[in-house]
Design a protein around this ligand. Structure first.
Ligand code: ATP
Ligand code: MG
Length: 381
């Protein structure tokens, strides 16, 4: 199947669904601790993205480009101060989250939107048992009796495969298996391996059946086979429940295998946004092109890999897309195009039916608005 057929077949405007999460012109800054009174650290400087039900939106970009700050903003987990929402909005099915009072946010956080963090040991509390932590999450969001909540906790741990070994051991003994499941609830996180802890984190995140899962480097700390198992599991649960997943990762292999749509960020902004196959086959922003060409291929005979700098230092790379100049903050002052408005040098511009590119706001783009990119696309199974 051609790339065109693969992507077009699954993008049908007449069947467009309502977005789950829309991030629109989000800007977040922090006090500058090392230079009080100096300019603020602009962690996110006008980010736009849209997540649809059953969609995996991969967010990639170098360390410090604002991926986690974007996700944490949706959970209202940015400490304020030192953080501040400068402008923009994050809507969950149309409801603004950034201004939601804390008592309302408590229902959303962990209930409608859940987050998996990179390092499970920092998010699991070492002094509480696994069971206490999952039950707390369940009881906070669902009106359940304790016995029902315990059943739900066991169900959630079962879904993530925590009991697989127990099931093997007690194949023929249902009573012993049931007791084993309950005993496991009393275990403390340090008794679990990294992969098991990550599964517990996922079980906690999924126990309340959230609509949106923010997965911030969910598998980076794990070895490759466990990583694949966990990603398969998330995909399965996503299919069953229609959940939208924002998958933040540095691993382009994980992106290629799991994403529907990819959002490439650089320095707090989105530089490219496209369906996964389109992006891999034809990256258009020089930063994306640099990122992809720096992956070693199996049959690569080059003595040195191309770096992002090699690509972004090449002026020809900025002339590949007719009519626009890709936005790149390190561009030589002399090479920068004349801008329509110096206060708004950047625009996320739609350059094709399924492609958005971060561009300099040249006079040609002066009057263009930049609504969040919206791609209601899923890869074929
Ligand atoms: N609490 C904070 N105080 C000050 N600056 C912060 C704070 N949290 C984040 N930042 C800054 O915001 C910027 C974006 O950080 P963020 O954690 O979102 O990056 P990231 O893209 O998730 O990077 P990584 O891939 O390393 O996780 C960074 O420059 C970071 O230093
Ligand atoms: Mg991060």
């Amino acid at each position: 199947m051609s790339v065109q057929a693969r992507t077009k077949g699954f993008l049908d405007a007449s069947k467009a669904t309502v977005p789950l999460l829309s991030v629109s012109d989000l800007a977040v800054s922090f006090d500058n601790a090392s230079n009080p009174g100096g300019p603020r650290i602009q962690a996110v400087a006008g980010v736009n993205m849209t997540l649809f039900p059953r969609q995996t939106l991969a967010v990639v970009g170098e360390s410090g480009c604002g991926k986690s700050v974007t996700a944490m903003s949706a959970m209202q987990l940015i400490p304020r101060p030192p953080g501040r929402f400068d402008r923009g909005s994050i809507r969950l099915e149309g409801r603004e989250l950034l201004t939601l009072p804390e008592h309302e946010m408590l229902k959303v956080r962990g209930g409608e939107i859940a987050m998996i963090f990179q390092e499970p040991m920092t998010s699991l509390n070492p002094v509480y048992s696994i069971g206490d932590q999952i039950l707390e999450a369940i009881l906070l969001h669902q009106r359940l009796e304790m016995t029902q909540a315990i059943e739900r906790a066991i169900g959630a741990l079962d879904e993530v495969g925590i009991y697989n070994r127990l099931k093997e051991r007690f194949k023929a003994d249902a009573l012993a298996l049931a007791q084993g499941k309950r005993d496991l609830l009393d275990e403390y996180p340090h008794r679990f391996s990294g992969g098991m802890r990550q599964r517990v984190m996922i079980a906690m995140a999924l126990a309340c059946q959230p609509k949106v899962l923010l997965a911030d480097e969910p598998t980076t700390a794990l070895d490759v086979t466990i990583q694949a198992q966990i990603l398969d599991l998330l995909r399965q649960l996503q299919r069953d429940r229609g959940m939208g997943i924002m998958l933040i990762t540095h691993n382009l292999g994980v992106v290629a295998e799991n994403a529907d749509v990819v959002c490439v960020m650089y320095a707090g902004r989105v530089v490219e946004y496209a369906p996964v196959f389109d992006l891999f086959e034809n990256p258009m922003h020089p930063y994306t092109r640099g990122l992809f060409s720096s992956i070693p291929g199996l049959h690569d005979m080059r003595s040195r890999l191309t770096t992002v700098e090699d690509v972004t230092n090449d002026p020809a790379e900025f002339r590949r897309v007719p009519g626009v100049v890709p936005w790149w903050p390190h561009m030589d002052a002399a090479a920068r195009p004349a801008l329509a408005d110096a206060r708004e040098p950047y625009i996320l511009h739609q350059i094709g039916p399924q492609r958005w590119l971060g561009c300099w706001r040249t006079p040609d783009l002066a009057g263009h608005a930049s609504p969040p990119p919206s791609l209601d696309y899923r890869r074929p199974d």
